[in-house]
Design a protein around this ligand. Structure first.
Ligand SMILES: Nc1ncnc2c1ncn2[C@@H]1O[C@H](COP(=O)(O)OP(=O)(O)OP(=O)(O)O)[C@@H](O)[C@H]1O
Ligand SMILES: [Mg+2]
Length: 344
């Protein structure tokens, strides 16, 4: 029965040409793989990232046609790029098109706030986004996105991410005892992070955003070595002390072959409510100039803004509360540019 359905599926799929090779999508084509279990069809298409829209259309029509076959309960078509296809040589596995690590040299410069709002901005553009709070010292993502429950384990013994504002969220804080001192040695950090990947039912994601602890430590190295990170974004405030530390973070990533996708300057300026002028509290354009000097893409400047902090504290991020506002537009612009650069 399954074999008959499978051949019907290939009858439909061979009507389409593989944009990657110009061959038909038939069983001999290694870029399509279909299997069926108890009426549930799973198809994976290996794609070229830069022709994503073509595959999207093929996948949509194919799904519509296959759904009509008698005896089929569900159809899942996974579009996977080389990035995810290459994951077999990495220990931490996830079905995500892009994995982006948010890092900084110094603590308290705004990584978590940025991670949350970038994740929301990507979701607002239309992507499936997960956010992984990997801050072993001070997990703060659940609070920032207004989560107050703990994840449950499903029948596969995997943790189910908690969802809010369209994001799937998992925090290392959920599996750490908040009372125990976080003197984590390398192997323990690695184990906990591995659980955040392999032990979580993430499903298929377009983007996984990872909020890292500050500095260069076990968590950063462990992720760089064991997961297929697309690249990292460095958050820095504009003053010299923050930039010196940011530089250390950048060299670490470069050494372990993680691409630097760019620098974001946070707390760039403050606009006074009375005089309406920009005040450059932590100096002007520090991170921007730094990026130019070291030939690193510069992704944008985010001002110091009272509402941004307040919204974080109450668990309703600014990109949710006021998506059309000036600050949210900065995040949206960064998200769009990032997505464009990753798919070039
Ligand atoms: N642009 C901004 N304007 C105003 N407040 C901000 C801004 N960015 C971050 N904050 C606030 O600064 C504080 C620190 O930010 P956040 O927790 O995001 O930093 P972090 O780099 O993740 O810190 P840690 O290193 O402790 O993890 C938070 O209270 C946050 O709301
Ligand atoms: Mg943080």
């Amino acid at each position: 029965m399954s074999d008959e359905i499978l051949s019907l599926i290939y009858d439909f799929s061979r009507k389409y040409k593989d944009p990657k090779t110009n061959l038909l999508f038939e069983p001999a084509n290694k870029n399509i793989f279909a299997f069926i279990k108890e009426g549930n069809v799973n198809i994976s298409l290996q794609i070229n990232n830069d022709q994503y829209h073509l595959y999207k259309e093929i996948s949509k029509s194919l799904k519509e046609e296959i759904t009509k076959i008698k005896g089929i309960l569900s159809v899942n078509i996974a579009i996977t790029s080389e990035i995810t296809a290459n994951q077999h040589n990495k220990k931490f596995k996830i079905d995500a098109q892009n994995i982006i690590a948010i890092a900084s040299g110094k603590g308290g410069v705004g990584k978590s706030t940025f991670s949350v709002n970038l994740a929301i901005a990507l979701n607002l553009i239309g992507f499936k986004v997960g956010i992984l709070d990997a801050d072993i010292y001070g997990p703060s993502i659940p609070k920032m996105i207004g989560l107050n429950k703990k994840p449950i384990m499903n029948n596969n013994k995997k943790l189910v991410p908690i969802e809010n504002y369209g994001l799937k969220c998992m925090s290392i804080g959920f599996i750490l005892d908040p009372e125990s001192p976080t003197i984590w040695r390398g192997p323990m950090v690695m184990k906990a992070l591995e659980q955040m990947f392999n032990g979580v039912e993430w499903g298929n994601l377009d983007y996984l955003i990872i909020d890292l602890p500050p500095g260069t430590g076990d968590a950063q190295l462990s992720l760089a070595q064991n997961s297929k990170i697309s690249g990292s974004i460095i958050i820095s405030t504009p003053q010299e002390v923050a930039l010196t530390d940011a530089r250390k973070g950048i060299s670490m990533f470069e050494k372990v072959n993680v691409k630097i996708l760019g620098i974001v300057e946070n707390m760039s300026y403050f606009i006074c409510e009375n005089c309406k002028e920009k005040h450059f509290i932590f100096s002007k354009d520090g991170a921007k100039n730094h990026a130019e000097k070291f030939n690193i893409p510069f992704l944008g400047q985010i001002p110091i803004n009272k509402k941004l902090r307040e919204q974080s504290d109450i668990g309703i991020p600014i990109c949710i509360e006021d998506p059309k506002g000036e600050i949210s537009q900065i995040y949206l612009k960064i998200a769009k540019n990032l997505n464009m650069n990753l798919n070039k």
